[in-house]
Each structure stands twice: as structure tokens, then as C-alpha cells.
Design a protein around this ligand. Structure first.
Ligand code: XIL
Length: 383
């Protein structure tokens, strides 16, 4: 979406051109205006092929502009970025506080959006006070937390991320599973039991295993894909009620991408009877040089290639962005080692810090609107 006019223009003409380009880009134009041609929202575009589109949010910024309007325009799915994590709920043992989680559920309902629950078990969101308890105490606490969450939101959750990030293809264990508080105190063999508990507590929710680092074409991604498939095959043999593979899709333009390899991975998941949700999409421009237009173009190109593959596959059910604008993106907020050498903030989302649509928005909108491949509802396991 080029916002720079190539020919000199009269100032008034220029303002009108820029205004209409922005309105078209954001789809936020006042109706009735002579030149406003609001784009359909992204969720509307996704619904054409039976899919949904949405965002992870936190009440801290989701109530404020520009995020508020962007959600009204484009969100058909809401994930709580942090508010439903165990550490956020139960900072003090025995005193759960659901205020922020309830607020996210309420926001999703007000937007008529589906609610994704994130996440019932994850080593990083396990409260620190449980790190050194006995397995017996841990199992009791994890079970109680899982049941309390699943029962509280039962009937309101489209999909629960039951278990998050347990694969570590380079771990010393040799089975491709991560060493963590969960492997130590819950037990890797017992991971399927988490899904059984979730199914019993909320029989209507789809149940997902969610993980990162499987979308691009690097040797470590290949190892992670193999490890995940190995684990899921075992779970399916054991009749685990897992319905969905959640692919986080924290992408980076400095990594290679192969549409054919990703598509083959989707086929392998489909052969196991799992459908696919893209759960935390963003694109880092860690190593892209140049001005903002050049950087945004490179980010947009990867969005395009990746999403073309996703919505070109019948197993992909929804696409959820991790955050709404570049200023609320965790990539710019959460210091986790990977920064740009020039110290500039990254441009990972669809909207700039002012809420203006970037080239990535155009790439996503075009991709969602051009696919003819429908989501195949019939293959959902839902055991
Ligand atoms: C991140 C949040 O965005 C941060 O605000 C928080 O500090 C850490 O967690 N994978 C996940 C998400 O499953 O829950 C993470 O969210 C990002 C990586």
C-alpha cells in the first residue's frame, strides 16, 4: 500500500489523496464521505472462506484508541495476551483474581468475537512459588487451576490452549521435550491428562497444543516440526482429546521461508486429524535495513507468503495477531534479547503506533480476500 504519491499534486488534492488512502487502508472512513471507501474488516474477509481473524489484547491498552476502533473494525477472535495466564490469575497462592481475565472475556463478547483461552499449562506462567514443591502438591495445584479456569469460562471459549511450548528439539532428554517445571513435577507422560481434564471441564471448547518455531525453513524449525509430530502421534494413539495445533508464528524476515515445507507440515497435521490455528502472528524485522517504507515492504512480503500458504490450506481455521499496533507489540515492549542493531523499535504488526495501516495490512487483507480455499470444518477431531 504505497502512501507516497509519485506525481506532484496541488496541496488540497494531496490532502484528499492521503486522506482517502488512509481511510481505505484502515477502513475507518466516515460513511457518506464522497471519497471514503472503507475496506471490509479483516474478520469479514476471513469469514468468506469459513475462517476467523483476530488479535491478542490486554485490558491495559485495548480500551484506548486507536486499538479500540481497530478491534471494532477487524476483530473476530480475541485472545488474552497475559490476563488468563496462571501467574496473572494467582499471584498469591490460594487467592485467584479473575478481574482482568473476565474483562477480556467481556470485551470479546462486546465485539461478538470468539474467545481463545490462553493458556492452561505453560512452564513460563506457572507461579514461581510452585517451582520447588513436591509432584503431589504441584499436580493438585495445576489440576485445580485448570479446572477452575475451564469451568469459569465454559461455554464462552472457542478454543483453549491447554498446553504451551513443551517441545525443545535440542533438549538433553532426547525425546524432543523440554525440561521444565512441568516435565519435572507434572510428568511428560501425563501431558494427555491435561487435555482429558480440560475436555471434562468444558466439553464444548476445542482443545489445542500451542507452540512456536515451526513455520520457517531453518534446520532448527525442521527439528521442532519433527519433535511436535512425534509427540502428537503418540497422543493421538493414546486417544488424547486434542483437536487443534496452534502455531504461534512469531516470524522473522531474517529467516528463510518455504511454502512447500510449511504446507507439507500442515498435511502431516491433517493426517493426524488436527486442524490448525495461527495463534500469535507477528513479523520481526530484526535485520532489515533501510527506511520505514523499505522495512515495511519486507515485513509485508513475508506476511503475504506465509498467509498465502495458510489460507491456501483447508485445515487452517483462524489467524490471530499477537497485539494490534507496533506500540503495544510485545516485541517492542518485552526485552527478550532480540533487538535491532540500530536500536529502533521493530515494525511487527499490521498498524503503526498511530494505528495507521501499514503495508502488512494490505498484504493480509489482499491474501484473505483472494483465497478460494475454504476451511474444511468436517475434519475437526473433537473427540
Ligand atoms: C508474552 C506476552 O506477550 C508478554 O507480555 C509476556 O511478558 C510474556 O508472554 N508465546 C506465548 C505467549 O505463548 O503467551 C507469549 O506472550 C509470547 C510467546
Amino acid at each position: 500500500m504505497a502512501l507516497t504519491p509519485r506525481l506532484p499534486m496541488h496541496r488540497r488534492e494531496m490532502m484528499r489523496w492521503l486522506g482517502s488512502a488512509c481511510l481505505v487502508a484502515t477502513g475507518m472512513g466516515a460513511s457518506g464521505s464522497a471519497y471514503a471507501q472503507p475496506l471490509p474488516g479483516l474478520d469479514v474477509a476471513a469469514r468468506r472462506t469459513g475462517r476467523r481473524f483476530g488479535f491478542a489484547i490486554d485490558p491495559a491498552y485495548a480500551d484506548q484508541e486507536p486499538v479500540k476502533s481497530l478491534l471494532e473494525q477487524h476483530a473476530g477472535v480475541i485472545t488474552a495476551e497475559n490476563a488468563m495466564k496462571w501467574r496473572s490469575i494467582e499471584g498469591i497462592f490460594g487467592f485467584p483474581d479473575y478481574t482482568r481475565a473476565d474483562r477480556v472475556a467481556e470485551m470479546a463478547a462486546n465485539l461478538h468475537a470468539e474467545l481463545r483461552g490462553h493458556t492452561l499449562a505453560w512452564h513460563q506462567s506457572t507461579p514461581a512459588y510452585l517451582a520447588n514443591v513436591t509432584p503431589q502438591v504441584f499436580v493438585r495445584a495445576q489440576t485445580a487451576h485448570l479446572q477452575a479456569m475451564a469451568q469459569r469460562y465454559a461455554g464462552r471459549i472457542h478454543t483453549w490452549d491447554v498446553l504451551n511450548e513443551v517441545v525443545d528439539a535440542d533438549s538433553k532428554r532426547g525425546d524432543g521435550l523440554r525440561e521444565s517445571v512441568l516435565s519435572k513435577l507434572w510428568g511428560t507422560d501425563q501431558y494427555p491428562a491435561l487435555f482429558e481434564l480440560a475436555r471434562a471441564a468444558d466439553p464444548l471448547a476445542k482443545l489445542a497444543y500451542n507452540d512456536y518455531g515451526m513455520e520457517q525453513d531453518e534446520p532448527w524449525c525442521e527439528r521442532r516440526r519433527s519433535a511436535v509430530l512425534f509427540m502428537l502421534e503418540d497422543w493421538v494413539k493414546r486417544k488424547t482429546p486434542v483437536d487443534v495445533m496452534g502455531l504461534q508464528a512469531h516470524l522473522d524476515t531474517s529467516r528463510r521461508f518455504s511454502a512447500s515445507k510449511l504446507s507439507r507440515f500442515f498435511d502431516e497435521l491433517r493426517a493426524l486429524g488436527l486442524c490448525i490455528q495461527i495463534t500469535e502472528l507477528d513479523v520481526r524485522d530484526t535485520q532489515v535495513s533501510g527506511n520505514l517504507i523499505e522495512r515495511d515492504a519486507e515485513v509485508a512480503a513475508l506476511y503475504r507468503e506465509f498467509l498465502d500458504t495458510c489460507v491456501g490450506h483447508p485445515s487452517v481455521e483462524m489467524v490471530v495477531m499477537w497485539n494490534v499496533t507496533d506500540s503495544d507489540s510485545w516485541v517492542n515492549r518485552w526485552r527478550q534479547g532480540q533487538r535491532r542493531a540500530d536500536g529502533q523499535p521493530m515494525r511487527p504488526t499490521l498498524f503503526d503506533p498511530q494505528g495507521q495501516a501499514k503495508a502488512a495490512f494490505g498484504a493480509v487483507a489482499t491474501t484473505l480476500r483472494s483465497t478460494q480455499v475454504k476451511f474444511d470444518k468436517t475434519m475437526v477431531r473433537h473427540t
